[in-house]
Design a protein around this ligand. Structure first.
Ligand SMILES: Nc1ncnc2c1ncn2[C@@H]1O[C@H](COP(=O)(O)OP(=O)(O)OP(=O)(O)O)[C@@H](O)[C@H]1O
Length: 454
């Protein structure tokens, strides 16, 4: 894998138009291309008067009138990266009914209402068709959902349930199993765009959906569509990229959804896995370090969702998160929580890498070159050793002027170092005073003293 430096997670916010269940009183408005102003309802402001709005800044904000095409424009970079061997993840996050499925999937039968997934599939197809090189492509599709902590294969929902998530040698996450009955998620090789779209639609139709008070078609699972593209280049190398598109289930409050029985169980599982996701994001961004959380433990294994997203959050993929929000005050608490999650996710740093495998011939060529360089270095070292040995021998030989001079210089400096330092003036004074005292003490005859002193 070739590392291409670190890249922050891109976070966009999309506001949907109010629906018929909402009051229409806004708490959220677009404040420019990249910011939203959130005004908490009076009761949440913690006192009387109009509470001050909070401003949140993201990479992009789509207002209520934004189209599906507008949103997709910002996804293009991630999609095109896949053709160049950079894994990409596009994720939709938000409370139930906020517009995640609309943004990600949309109405696949309607050209303008198609969401990110069908547009990305089309863009990949166009990118492959536009490649003028003689490269050969293989495109594979998997569609899985995580429903109540079980990974289900949506391309074979009756046959493959509770699949394991594994990590590859390149750090990438995948649903376990080579193709084969009951062993893993179905990975279908697709030969044209129509087949890809048909399979994807079949998979999405098998997804668990229930009507709740918040959404007539509420997704009860996290759905992950993965398109893997492998390009065999004319020089024998292989470039492989994976585009993972994740429609998360929405967080929900039982008092609002009116959930009971199995729908309530689903709701609590959804909330639990979303908390695990929030914990991973918090751990990755603690201390403002981004990346892999400065070496601290990242609890990826706390849920199937976070395990599956391990290489998208703090890994080697280019990741784009779309935070979907209702603009209405009825959902202020959930909206604020989503905005905080998005703000935090902005701090996640991934180390974007290109997945390229060289051809056996190119590897052999590189190996031969490395060997030649090693041999040249060995020869240089041997020559240096020889020079060093000759120098040492010359130093030891008698009569060699330079060596003798050098030896002489060392001897002189050593002798100088052994000379005692000159006495200090105060020591000289002290010695004279002591001599005089002794003189006066020994010669008692004052006349003699005077004569001797003169
Ligand atoms: N930007 C939008 N423009 C028009 N309609 C929208 C928009 N966003 C969402 N909707 C509509 O709002 C309803 C709920 O949207 P959606 O099902 O996408 O929500 P969700 O976040 O996926 O909910 P859940 O988590 O419950 O599955 C749908 O009828 C959808 O068509």
């Amino acid at each position: 894998m070739e590392s291409h430096g670190s890249s922050g997670t891109s976070v966009c916010v999309r506001l949907r138009p109010p629906n018929s269940r909402e009051s229409g009183v806004r708490c959220l408005a677009r404040a420019g291309d990249a910011a939203v102003a959130f005004s908490p309802p009076a009761a949440e402001g913690g006192g009387g008067g109009a509470p001050a709005p909070n401003q949140f800044t993201f990479n992009k904000v789509y207002g209520e009138g934004a189209t599906q095409a507008d949103v997709f424009e910002d996804c293009r970079r991630v999609v095109h990266g896949v053709l160049a061997g950079v894994n990409g993840t596009i994720m939709a996050y938000g409370q139930t009914g906020s517009g995640k499925t609309h943004t990600l999937i949309g109405d696949v039968t309607h050209p303008e209402l198609r969401g990110i997934v069908p547009r990305a599939v089309q863009a990949l197809g166009e990118g492959i068709a536009a490649d003028a090189s003689a490269a050969e492509y293989e495109v594979r599709l998997t569609v899985v959902e995580i429903y109540c902590e079980r990974v289900r294969d949506l391309l074979d929902p009756l046959g493959r349930d509770n699949l394991a998530i594994k990590q590859g040698r390149d750090g990438g996450m995948f649903v376990e199993g080579a193709p084969g009955p009951g062993r893993g998620a179905t990975e279908v090789c697709v030969t044209d765009e129509a087949q890809l779209v048909g399979l994807m639609n079949a998979g999405l139709a098998a997804r668990a959906v229930t009507a709740t008070n918040m959404n007539a078609t509420s997704s009860r699972s996290h759905c992950i569509v993965t398109v893997a593209v492998e390009k065999a280049c004319p020089d024998g190398s292989t470039v492989a990229g994976k585009l993972r598109m994740v429609d998360l289930a929405g967080s929900e409050r039982q008092d609002k959804t009116g959930a009971a029985g199995q729908t309530l169980v689903e709701g609590s599982q959804i909330n639990r896995s979303l908390s695990a996701l929030a914990n991973v994001v918090a751990a990755l961004t603690e201390g403002g370090g981004g990346g892999a959380g400065g070496g601290s433990h990242i609890p990826y294994r706390d849920s199937k969702l976070t395990r599956m997203l391990q290489d998208s959050l703090g890994g080697s993929a280019r990741t784009l998160l779309v935070i979907n929000c209702s603009p209405c005050a009825d959902n202020a608490a959930e909206t604020l929580s989503s905005l905080r999650f998005g703000s935090r996710a902005l701090g996640i740093k991934n180390t974007v890498a290109v997945n390229r495998r060289l051809s056996p011939e190119a590897l052999q060529q590189q190996l031969a070159q490395a060997r030649a360089e090693l041999e040249a270095l060995r020869r240089e070292m041997a020559a240096l050793k020889l020079d060093g040995a000759a120098g040492a021998a010359a130093c030891a030989a008698p009569g060699r002027d330079a060596a003798a001079d050098a030896f002489g210089a060392v001897a002189v400096s050593r002798a100088a170092a052994e000379q005692p330092p000159p006495p200090a003036p105060w020591a000289v004074g002290l010695a004279v005073a002591a001599g005089l005292l002794l003189y006066f003490a020994l010669i008692e005859d004052w006349a003699l003293r005077g004569r001797l002193l003169v």
